[in-house]
Design a protein around this ligand. Sequence first.
Ligand code: OOG
Length: 258
Amino acid sequence: MIPAGDAHQALLAARRDRQPRTRFSTSDDPLDAGWGHQVQALDRKARTAEGEVLVGMKLGLNSRAKQQTMGVPEPIVGFLTDAMDLDVRGAAAVVAGTTQARVEPEIAFRLAVDLDRAVPVWRIGDLVDGVAVALEVIDSRFVGYRFGLPDVLADNTSAAGFTVGEWTPLRRVGDLATAGCVLDVDGAVVHTAAGAAILGHPLLALSHLSRHLAAQGEVLPAGSVVLAGALTDAVPVRPGAAYGVAVRGLGSLTLRIP
Ligand code: OOG
């Protein structure tokens, strides 16, 4: 088994050299999710030591579309820092560091309270201060996005960048499960879905995250952003393209790639 520290160094080199690598897990050495989280924790420690600030968490592989395409049938959790905020750092700077970036349509939640325990599904709404439409830029450090569960966890769930639209209070949004989502590239619709694509209801992503944090003994502070996971398959990032997402009740958002 490759030690977590070695995998962390290898992934750092892959990012620095913009050179995607092959996956770590093999049929002889399957590794496990715990190992993946260990590597991810090293990445988070290194980034925060360099001054990046944790601003939230993201879930991934919550929709059947993504699970089937990526071949990993389980939700995953990663972290978000201010350096990934496309509105703070700029899309040009974020995309310049990527090698095979893709865009995904998302729903974002903002925490009203510290998330410090496993919260039952019927109380999840109490945790949320605002809901917004969002776009995530992912970029795998594995060639062609060919990875297993431990690999993608080690790679911080391919997180690269994100942008969030206007926040709306949850009580004003209506039923998120039946809210339609449309993703377009340069105005041409490429994918559609409903909120229910995310685990049956987008709020269940927060419930999953609360159980994950409780198991790790970790607290996510009030005000943090949580990306609930892509509603549809991802689309490749192309220079000069504009990516639009609209979710009923949440409005719309456009990301222009320079
Ligand atoms: C893994 C990350 C997926 C999502 O929202 O489903 C993800 C990947 O596809 O590279 O962020």
